[in-house]
Design a binder for this molecule. Structure first.
Ligand code: SF4
Length: 210
């Protein structure tokens, strides 16, 4: 049965800060709930589902329509871990707003919904579903150590292996963790000697916007 509401931490219209679409106007829906437990998570307040109110899909779609009129180029469904909620109904409701739908996920959870762009940010301690690795448009790996770089390479190889022979792989992005000493230097040095990868910065944090 399709849920008519979902637990929502916040909605806002801003710029996409990270990844290949960084710098573009976007409307964000941050869903509540995450059991992945990353130690460096910057949205720990989103983890408990019960701490956040339910919002109707119709109200979220109306907000997305308003954001489209105000200049948003696409909708980003993020979290928390959005795949820990059923997304088919939300995507169907948002389709009326006429904007492309983007998903930001760790890949931990049952895939649902229909998306125009999937950002997969896999975590070493909770590997992602193979379906997400095979389907994602960008693979964005947060790095704080050499082990994370090895994990990024393993994920890229696995994403390539899971696709048909002639299919393009995902865009490959390395992102330093915010406020982690040595993380930026590690990421810059890696991307400098690995041209298949590009650097992703959390530009919204540098700008001091959401
Ligand atoms: S998956 Fe995302 S929201 Fe969940 S703990 Fe990790 S970084 Fe935080």
């Amino acid at each position: 049965m399709v849920s008519l509401s979902l637990p929502v931490v916040e909605t806002f219209h801003s710029l996409q800060g990270e990844g290949l679409h960084a710098g573009r106007s976007a409307f964000f829906i941050r869903l509540a709930g995450c059991t992945v437990g990353c130690s460096w998570c910057d949205t720990k307040h989103s983890w408990p589902v019960g701490a956040h109110g339910q919002r109707s899909l119709a109200a979220l779609a109306a907000e997305a329509r308003d954001a489209a009129k105000a200049g948003a180029a696409f909708v980003v469904i993020t979290g928390g871990e959005p795949l820990q909620q059923p997304l088919d109904g939300l995507c169907a409701a948002l389709a009326a707003a006429g904007l492309p739908l983007h998903l930001e996920t760790s890949g931990v959870g049952e895939p649902s919904g229909r998306f125009d762009w999937i950002t997969l940010s896999p975590k070493p301690h909770r590997p992602p579903a193979a379906t997400l690795l095979a389907r994602c448009d960008e693979l964005k790996v947060v790095v704080t150590s050499a082990a994370d770089l090895a994990f990024a390479e393993a994920m890229a190889a696995e994403a390539g292996r899971l696709r048909p022979p002639a299919a393009l792989g995902p865009e490959l992005l390395i992102q330093p963790a915010w406020d982690e000493s040595g993380s930026e230097a590690l990421a810059v040095a890696y991307v400098r000697r690995n041209p298949a990868w590009r650097l992703s910065l959390q530009s919204h944090k540098w700008l001091g916007v959401r």
